[in-house]
Design a protein. Structure first.
Length: 160
């Protein structure tokens, strides 16, 4: 599924706005993420558990998923595995772990599980912005001259 260029907007940086799925069960964290992303010019959809995240990705193409690791019904790791098992471009969708795990080695553990990047809570806005900018640049580079684009990728460990 490609992105419809008529829907795409640009952020203040001139890079394309991202369509981001936020999968987070905590209301305060959801509101914070949506507020940050909206101020940066991105479009968000929010779900409260991993099963709903998988369903959302099956229904619609996103540029990026911000996935809480610990959620009810289906956790973020199980949702990640289900999305990675999907046919087509969804399997390569950039999925960033949002986690309270901040011990040495936790980031590497998440990358090893298949997350594209890992951001610890409380959210480090600079780290989040680096991840978003990397995704935007890859989206812009992937967009053919007719305005259509495949699912963007961001390099693993983008926010080092």
């Amino acid at each position: 599924m490609g992105r419809d260029n008529t829907y795409a907007q640009s952020t203040a940086s001139g890079l394309p706005a991202l369509e981001i799925l936020v999968a987070e069960d905590n209301q305060s964290n959801r509101e914070l993420l949506v507020r940050i992303l909206s101020r940066l010019g991105h479009v968000t959809e929010v779900v409260g558990n991993g099963r709903d995240a998988v369903s959302a990705v099956e229904r619609r193409a996103y540029d990026l998923v911000l996935m809480d690791v610990r959620m009810p019904v289906m956790n973020g790791i199980e949702a990640l595995q289900a999305i990675r098992a999907m046919p087509g471009p969804a399997a390569d969708l950039p999925i960033v772990a949002i986690t309270a795990d901040a011990m040495r080695g936790d980031r590497e553990k998440h990358l090893g599980l298949g997350f594209t990047e890992s951001i610890s809570k409380p959210i480090d806005r600079k780290h989040l912005n680096r991840v978003l900018t990397d995704c935007q640049r890859n989206l812009a580079a992937a967009r053919p001259s007719n305005g259509a684009a495949d699912v963007p990728t961001i390099s693993r460990a983008a926010g080092r």
